[in-house]
Write a protein that binds this ligand. Sequence first.
Ligand SMILES: [Zn+2]
Length: 68
Amino acid sequence: MSDTPAATPRCPICGNPREQRFRPFCSRACRDRDFLAWADGRYAIPAVEAEEPDGDGQPLPERPQDDR
Ligand SMILES: [Zn+2]
């Protein structure tokens, strides 16, 4: 039988033994770090707004009625 010691849960960020109150991380710093990384990846959307292909960008002026 393998007598591997009880697998100590490790902080996925730095590998230190995790702290119960910060699990699954070892500290608040690592927890924040993971959250920031997650948020960063989640919100890393190209800030390219859908632009109108039309280059004019101005509404057509009202055509003057040709009433003589
Ligand atoms: Zn950590």
